[in-house]
Design a protein around this ligand. Structure first.
Ligand SMILES: Nc1ncnc2c1ncn2[C@@H]1O[C@H](COP(=O)(O)OP(=O)(O)O)[C@@H](O)[C@H]1O
Ligand SMILES: [Mg+2]
Length: 251
């Protein structure tokens, strides 16, 4: 289970991307980037963050620690910004938090060097989860203490927006021509050889067990949260074995 904390103070909005995550302080005195259950795609974005973040971590990639964050919507009452106020008010209950990497820099593909091995692992992972949000325009990679960290896995696993078509959708190739790391000659073959065997049914069960039940209820066609957890695992298991042959666009 992810550690659970409670928001004690809303600090400020992070206005870089579209979803307006907030910087908050919690009852454990930690500072977190908060992703709101009441934002745009809401719960599915948060599920994608948990599945991809926890999977990436288990594959040895760097991802800030994830926590669940309980929020009292009353915190919204004192917010002068209407958009922020609405987000806080509509996000009572369980939200997602991640460790705020203080002093991190946005990754600049022209200013930093990444080895073909590391680029290969990240590109292969993005292909696995079908991440469409790691372009050179918007890398969603941070540079912190000299290393590359992965953030923002909300726009992945497009198939979870249409479960009946999931198998067909997950069979599609992955195009890397826009990928932030395409220019680093990613060694995808080596990455696949090292990482694909790690993506087992057991590992995916462990990863999907981290999704809070509260985000899994009421999905049409699924009687229980564990059925939906298995639906998240299935396309990833299938894709892990073969996706390296369907990655296109890199040099
Ligand atoms: N864990 C983190 N530590 C430091 N800064 C972060 C962290 N997560 C996000 N940020 C900053 O906030 C911005 C927006 O977060 P992101 O997860 O990309 O959400 P979105 O793009 O949906 O708004 C990032 O581009 C980055 O600058
Ligand atoms: Mg982003």
């Amino acid at each position: 289970m992810l550690t659970e904390v409670t928001v004690t103070r809303y600090i400020l909005p992070l206005r870089e991307g579209g979803s307006l995550p907030g910087l908050v302080e919690a009852d454990d005195l930690g500072t977190y980037v908060l992703k709101f259950t009441g934002a745009g795609q809401g719960r599915k974005t948060l599920i994608a963050e948990v599945v991809c973040g926890e999977l990436a971590r288990r594959l040895g990639l760097r991802v800030p620690r994830l926590v669940t964050v309980d929020l009292d919507p009353v915190l919204g009452l004192g917010e002068p910004d209407q958009q922020v106020q609405d987000l806080l008010k509509s996000s009572g209950g369980t939200n997602l938090g991640m460790d705020f990497l203080s002093g991190a820099l946005g990754f600049d593909p022209l200013a930093f060097e990444v080895s073909p091995e590391e680029a290969g692992r990240i590109v292969w992972f993005d292909a696995l989860v079908n991440n469409v949000d790691r372009s050179w325009r918007n890398p969603n990679l941070l540079r912190w203490r000299g290393e590359v960290w992965l953030i923002d896995h909300g726009a992945t696993m497009i198939w979870h927006h249409n479960w009946p078509g999931a198998e067909t959708s997950a069979a599609r190739p992955y195009d890397t021509s826009d990928h932030a790391l395409a220019r680093f000659a990613p060694d995808i073959r080596a990455a696949a050889a090292a990482l694909a065997p790690l993506v087992t049914e057991e590992l995916l069960a462990e990863v999907t067990a981290e999704i809070p039940d509260a985000w899994l209820v009421d999905e049409p066609g699924f009687a229980a949260p564990d059925d939906l957890r298995r639906a998240y695992a299935r396309p990833l298991l299938a894709r892990a074995a073969t996706i390296h042959d369907r990655i296109r666009g890199h040099r």
